[in-house]
Design a protein. Structure first.
Length: 202
């Protein structure tokens, strides 16, 4: 029998409804207010079914982030594959950050909540680390492939550069979320210049 740390397969239609309901609930109530009762009601399923599929709230939150990141990485990889220069690569990253802030600030907020929660919860930390690792490896593989093709020149290991890219993006996203009325155009431009220095020929 599955334990709370080993949820059942979650590919069914009901499981998808539960994940989407949790995502909506977090956007409306935050993580603390998103109880299994709320999510079950929004998904139109029993509370017991949430336990059946996910075991714990933390496992469900990790699944929300995993699915969202997988979707975003699939789109980003497809876009980056078409980059023909360092400027193309940087511009796509810039647009991704801007669109995420403009179109889905709730997901940005969820990510930062999970960063904090994962420090206190081993179950959530394990799932969250797996998502971060997979995302880093996927983007690094594209970056390395572009280097091998001669499209750009990386000046450090691909995964290290991706860590820097994500760190810059996370930092800006946090500030953009905290000061929604401020124009961050110049800051994003400065970040793009910093990233370009890591992938452009000297």
């Amino acid at each position: 029998m599955p334990t709370p740390a080993t949820p059942r397969a979650i590919d069914g239609e009901k499981a998808q409804r539960i994940v989407e309901a949790m995502r909506r609930s977090v956007a409306q109530r935050g993580v603390a207010g998103s109880t299994f009762d709320h999510v079950a009601g929004e998904a139109g399923v029993s509370r017991g079914l949430l336990h059946y599929y996910f075991g714990t709230k933390e496992a469900l939150l990790a699944e929300v982030v995993r699915r969202e990141c997988d979707l975003r990485m699939t789109l980003l990889e497809a876009q980056l594959q078409g980059a023909g220069s360092p400027d193309d690569f940087v511009e796509l990253l810039r647009l991704t950050l801007q669109q995420l802030h403009d179109e889905d600030p709730d997901f940005v907020a969820l990510l930062f909540e999970l960063f904090t929660m994962a420090r206190r919860n081993d179950e959530l930390a394990e799932g969250f680390r797996a998502v971060l690792q997979r995302t880093r490896e996927h983007v690094a593989a594209v970056l390395q492939a572009k280097h091998d093709e001669g499209v750009l020149t990386i000046h450090a290991p691909a995964e290290a550069i991706v860590d820097v890219i994500f760190a810059v993006g996370d930092g800006l996203a946090l500030r953009m979320l905290s000061e929604p009325e401020r124009d961050f155009g110049a800051s994003i431009g400065a970040a793009a210049q910093a990233v370009r220095s890591l992938i452009a020929a000297p």
